[in-house]
Design a protein around this ligand. Structure first.
Ligand SMILES: Cc1ncc(COP(=O)(O)O)c(C=O)c1O
Length: 406
């Protein structure tokens, strides 16, 4: 190479790699059988999908209702792209709020039966941005031990005191609340549906506690919206606690089939988040196609509730099949059904063997779940056929016996 160009060349031998420790950690994961390569979808996100060039029954997506490929959503996305372009070019608070964002938020508030709603880039940023903006270092957050990582990160960012209670343990949550100074501001927070176990947060009992101790009550309904409650309004509707939950979070990335998260609540809460929630203030808004297809998804929930009935029919069928085979399916109450095997390496082996046999169910270990609770997580959708689910059950049976799990 000529002399002139070479003065810009980087000579790796001049510098030791300050990131070398990452390779050491990755090697340790590999040695424990826990290193995973990303699985790649070759086409659409569907009930039977081509993943890593192999056709598999897909039990790994959050596409509960099959809306990722629903014709009404697809058409609205294309139309919005044609008429409004592909991007917004700004954050919401500067020049990135389009009429279609406002329309989506109006529709979400109406759907969730609240005064107002605000959309974030993801469910993760909705949780993290909300918890971190409404609390400060003077306050306390009282959180179920299995709450989602985005809630935990939001609590850490807020610098509030974090008190974790054992999973769904109302008596323990009460003990925590009794130990805190009465005037301190407190946020009591739970997932509506717990993402790794598929069980429901005990909303009525938590709302009682929140009212007794004057807490802000917040529910992350990421996995419940589109699944539980009338037309998929979520666990607040399922438990009939409308008006008792101050902050409702949902995502647009799971049953809704698109991308994003939202907070629904009072007009004052939403106005406050417009001014203080950092992901809302400092990150660009959704492309018009995202907002348009989310509006179409809400139309589908209202016009085609039979899709939700199909999801539940498939859920009951598949769950009963796994139980009949003799698997430990934990405490699930909905379409997320874990197959708990304990050891993480065994969970990964089960997942790999299932995949080789044509069933895609992701293995999940620590830190996503406790060390001794590794599992393969299954999620059925409304669009699986009974034949596909039967094939998956047979495969689970065969592989489970081969690995000595059954
Ligand atoms: C309980 C829960 N909350 C929030 C999120 C984040 O949602 P999103 O994927 O829209 O960021 C997830 C997604 O994994 C989740 O499981």
């Amino acid at each position: 190479m000529d002399q002139e160009l070479c003065q810009f060349c980087y000579d790796a031998s001049m510098r030791s790699d300050p990131l070398a420790f990452l390779s050491t950690e990755l090697d340790a994961l590999t040695a424990r059988g826990l290193h995973r390569n990303l699985r790649v979808l070759d086409g659409e996100q569907q009930a039977v999908a081509t993943v890593d060039h192999k056709s598999v029954v897909n039990l790994s997506s959050n596409n509960y209702l099959g809306l990722t490929t629903h014709p009404r959503l697809r058409e609205r996305a294309i139309e919005a792209t044609r008429t409004l372009g592909v991007g917004t070019g700004s954050v919401r608070t500067i020049a990135g709020t389009m009429a279609i964002h406002m329309e989506l938020e109006r529709r979400l508030a109406e759907f969730k039966k609240t005064e107002a709603a605000v959309v974030f880039q993801s469910g993760f940023t909705a949780n993290a941005g909300t918890v971190s903006s409404i609390l400060s270092s003077e306050d306390a957050v009282i959180s179920d031990e299995l709450n989602h990582a985005s809630i935990i990160d939001g609590a850490r960012l807020s610098r509030a005191t974090i008190k974790v209670f054992p999973h769904k343990d109302i008596a323990a949550a009460r003990t925590v609340l009794e130990s805190l100074p009465r005037p301190q501001r407190k946020l009591l927070i739970t997932d509506g549906v717990f993402s790794m176990d598929g069980d429901l947060g005990p909303l009525p009992a938590l709302c009682d506690l929140a009212e007794e101790f004057g807490c802000i009550m917040m529910v992350d309904d990421a996995h419940a919206s589109g699944v539980f409650g009338k037309n998929g309004r979520g666990t607040i509707d399922h438990f009939g606690v409308h008006g008792r939950v101050d902050v409702q979070v949902g995502t647009l990335s799971k049953a809704i089939g698109v991308l994003g998260g939202y907070v629904a609540g009072t007009a004052a809460l939403i106005d406050f988040l417009h001014h203080r929630a950092r992901p809302f203030l400092f990150s660009t808004s959704h492309p018009p196609a995202v907002a348009a297809s989310c509006i179409a998804a809400l139309d589908v929930l209202l016009d085609e509730p039979e899709i939700i009935d199909r999801l539940w029919d498939n859920t009951r069928f598949f769950k009963a099949g796994l139980t009949a085979l003799g698997f430990d399916t934990g405490m699930s109450e909905g379409p997320i059904t874990p197959v708990i095997v304990g050891d993480a390496a065994l969970a990964m082996r089960l997942s790999d063997r299932l995949f080789a046999a044509g069933v895609f169910a992701q293995g999940i270990g620590f830190p996503t779940v406790a060390r001794d609770k590794a599992r393969v997580r299954t999620i059925v959708t409304a669009t699986h056929t009974k034949a596909e689910l039967e094939f998956a059950l047979q495969t689970f049976g065969t592989v489970g016996r081969e690995l000595g799990i059954l």
